[in-house]
Design a protein around this ligand. Structure first.
Ligand code: 5GP
Ligand code: SF4
Ligand code: MG
Length: 458
């Protein structure tokens, strides 16, 4: 998912619209904006894309200088309006709006506790649990939020809005990204920096692990709810999720992916006629692979930009249909050629098989698959939607078996070392690392609770 917030700008709703539109790749299922007009809340949520859910009149009605907004990524079996955010609650005679990107591993435990002591829940979302924790505290809002966040285990980036405050926070490991920017006197928060560029805001900095940034009439207060622990930014953000024009902790995503391609070429050169990337996420890496090897980069695959990300459609059947709608091979480019095909990840393996076959049907002589991540073997507990572990092809098959399953002439996965070198940060440096748990099973938080929850909102 993606979150976006504005504090202190007369055009808060419009800015949120453009910001969320720039974050659309982080979720296409539903979206919403909630503004505060001196404490009167106006909000609208809907299913679908930002441009479908909001029109001029709707935005016009969202008055106020403060806003938080959300785009939601569809996760297994929960595609309905009730899951759209921001959620708005009654709080001490006013309103409280919350939206989040991520997943709380221990949410079921906290929910059970709250229910046992009388809370009644309307949704199944993590966000509501937070609201209850805050509402139960007798402390002032900021202290209540801090206490609530201290109880959370997982990966999350939160925006909270009340009449007087806008609060932004990231989990103590910094698993999910969020940046802060300025637009004139106004403050902006966004899951990714690309949205700052879109609205002409200036990038200020990444929100740090465990940090709590509070905006009120006195301006910005930089506080924290937890000490910074081992920083563990999600490596899938670098590999796949974030847009190539975004920066995370100073590293531009296009350049990082290009380095992944270069390192992949060093680790696994193969003699071929052309290099092609699976659009959009792997174009940068394919350019890097081509640059490193001297094999020309070609557009061997074209994406129809009017279809959504295939992962976003809930059922396997729809997903399989989606791949065909979405991608085609360029026959004149690949015919008679030995092709290196770069992709970012193999999860179930169905996408790779289809694309390899598509290239063969278009006349490719050989298809060599190079992946810019290590084999995806373990589920994510921090909000990136991953299938049931049994459906992760790398959890049960060797690289050679995967090669056969996807019908490739050769297959190679980037090493963990190569991934770290490409990103340029190391887990052994204090507070400066990557989460790679889905590749190496090294989760940066406890995850094995009796009823740990796998997926909420990536
Ligand atoms: P699969 O191997 O399951 O068929 O699909 C892998 C493909 O799905 C990759 O090409 C990747 O670009 C795309 N994809 C879409 N959403 C996600 C996601 O949330 N995580 C991962 N790892 N890949 C995704
Ligand atoms: Fe990202 Fe994988 Fe860690 Fe989940 S387990 S946060 S997908 S690196
Ligand atoms: Mg892809």
């Amino acid at each position: 998912c993606g979150v976006f917030g504005v504090f202190g700008h007369p055009d808060a709703a419009n800015l949120s619209y453009y910001g969320l539109h720039a974050l659309q790749h982080r979720g296409e299922e539903s979206c919403g904006i909630c503004t505060s007009d001196d404490g009167t809340f106006h909000y609208h949520r809907g299913m679908g894309l930002v441009k479908e859910v909001f029109d001029r009149d709707r935005l016009e009605s969202l008055k106020g200088k403060q806003a938080i907004g959300h785009v939601r990524y569809s996760t297994s079996g929960s595609s309905h309006l009730g899951n759209a955010q921001p959620l708005v609650f009654k709080y001490r005679g006013g309103d409280l709006a919350v939206c989040t990107n991520g997943n709380l591993v221990n949410e079921p435990i906290i929910r059970k506790e709250l229910e046992e002591s009388g809370s009644i829940f309307q949704t199944t979302s993590d966000t509501e649990v937070i609201a209850h924790l805050i509402a139960r505290s007798s402390k002032d809002l900021v202290e209540a939020v801090k206490d609530a966040f201290l109880r959370l285990i997982g990966g999350f980036a939160f925006l909270i809005q009340t009449k007087d405050y806008l609060i932004a926070a990231c989990d103590p490991q910094g698993l999910r990204p969020m940046v802060m920017g300025r637009l004139g006197e106004a403050y902006i928060f966004s899951s990714e920096s690309c949205a700052l560029e879109t609205i002409g805001a200036e990038f200020v900095r990444d929100v740090q692990p465990g940090e709590l940034l509070v905006l009120d009439k006195d301006g910005l207060r930089e506080d924290r709810f937890a000490p910074m622990e081992r920083r563990a930014m999600c490596s899938m953000e670098y590999i796949y999720f974030a847009r190539p024009d975004s920066d995370i902790y100073g590293a531009n995503l296009h350049s990082t992916r290009k380095r992944m391609g270069q390192i992949l070429a060093q680790e696994s050169f193969v003699d071929a006629d052309i290099v092609t990337g699976v659009p959009d996420s792997s174009i940068s890496a394919a350019i890097g692979y081509a640059e490193q090897t001297g094999i020309p980069y070609e557009l061997g695959l074209i994406k129809n930009k009017y279809t959504g990300r295939t992962f976003i459609q809930p059922s396997q059947e729809l997903r399989e249909k989606g791949v065909k709608m979405k991608l085609s091979a360029v026959r004149k480019v690949v015919e008679g050629k030995r092709v290196v095909m770069i992709d970012d990840s193999i999860v179930r393996g169905t996408t790779s098989l289809r694309i390899v076959n598509m290239l063969r049907e278009a006349g490719a002589l050989e298809v060599h698959v190079r992946i810019t991540s290590p084999p995806f073997m373990n589920p994510c507990y921090y909000g990136i939607d991953t299938p049931n572990p049994a459906d992760l092809i790398a959890s049960s098959k060797s690289v050679e078996e995967i090669r056969q399953a996807i019908n490739a002439d050769s297959l190679y996965f980037l090493t963990e070392r190569g991934l770290r070198d490409a990103v340029g940060i190391y887990p052994d440096e204090y507070a400066n690392g990557l989460c790679m748990a889905c590749f190496n099973n090294d989760y940066p938080t406890p995850v094995r609770f009796e009823d740990a929850k796998l997926t909420s909102c990536s």
